[in-house]
Design a protein around this ligand. Structure first.
Ligand code: ADP
Ligand code: MG
Length: 277
């Protein structure tokens, strides 16, 4: 029933913010799940050694599991590391394991250390029989080599912003890093989407922060706002997305609305591009 426009080319979206606890992982898995439920084929790449995205999608990520670590630092292909999720048949995941914690340092001495994820994704997309409409990359809370790999591999950045004190702190550093990546490593990268998360409509502060972010980024901020919701925070402890855990909850509905906007905005910019050509 809920079918969104599907992109003609795979949209590779890095979810990043160097602050921890702002809702990166929660937004990654719940948006990915929402798009899968709307008919898209979606892959989540967990690039955080914590493995929270893998957990939320019910995907095993014990140290011996083939993971994104083996893709970045070993001989495994993305296909080797790919696992189905318990969440939805349209949704797959490349898990991370705790091995990834050492990867920032291990990557330093490798050839093309910033391009390793990009190369793996390109090989995967050209060889895979399945068509993927979206690839989401969940980043760790730092701007190190793992995040650089995610920026180099992606065409879009999605920034979750928590509607609290200091929401904009650190944002100029993040945007500065993205500009450096555009200039030197990946000219097509752009911040396409900002998602306001953990919004508490009862507080003036949340409204002020939301207003300020919207005035700075009028075209990037989604209309849909993710409320602070206990159902959203409970779901991962059951190895579930909010859609599997409580699909009728306000948090689940907010993520479905955000997903619809992302799909529709993508379709609109595709049309623009085609008409311009
Ligand atoms: P990050 O990946 O940026 O570190 P997380 O997505 O792990 O952030 O979220 C940090 C914490 O906040 C987690 O405990 C998560 O369950 C909780 N959380 C995230 N979004 C919401 C929300 N909308 N409502 C309530 N709790 C949330
Ligand atoms: Mg996280």
């Amino acid at each position: 029933e809920l079918v969104s426009p599907l992109p003609s080319e795979t949209r590779i979206i890095t979810v990043s913010n160097q602050k921890g606890g702002v809702g990166k992982t929660t937004t990654t898995v719940n948006l990915a799940s929402a798009l899968a439920r709307r008919g898209a084929r979606v892959l989540v790449i967990d690039l955080d050694p914590q493995g929270n995205a893998s957990t939320a999608l019910g995907v095993p990520h014990r140290p011996e599991v083939t993971s994104v670590y083996d893709v970045l630092l070993g001989d495994s292909s993305l296909h080797d590391a790919l696992q189905p999720t318990t969440d939805h048949e349209n949704l797959s995941c490349v898990p991370s394991t705790i091995n990834l914690a050492g990867a920032e340092i291990e990557l330093v001495s490798l050839v093309a250390r910033e391009q390793r994820l990009r190369t793996a994704i390109e090989a995967f997309l050209s060889e895979s029989e399945e068509r993927f409409h979206y690839i989401f990359i969940d980043c760790p809370p730092s701007l190190g080599l793992l995040t650089v790999n995610a920026f180099v591999a992606a065409s879009e950045v999605l920034i979750p912003i928590q509607c609290e004190y200091y929401a904009l702190e650190g944002l100029s550093q993040l945007l500065g890093n993205i500009q450096l990546i555009q200039k030197h490593l990946n000219p097509v990268l752009r911040v396409s989407t900002i998602v306001l998360t953990m919004y508490d409509a009862r507080t003036n502060l949340a409204q002020e922060v939301a207003g300020e972010v919207r005035s700075h980024f009028p075209s990037e901020v989604l209309n849909a706002v993710i409320p602070r919701s206990v159902r959203i925070s409970e779901a991962p402890s059951y190895g579930q997305t909010v859609h599997a855990y409580d699909g009728g909850s306000i948090g689940a509905i907010a993520y479905l609305e955000a997903a619809a906007e992302i799909a529709e905005r993508g379709a609109a910019s595709e049309t623009q591009k085609n008409e311009g050509a």
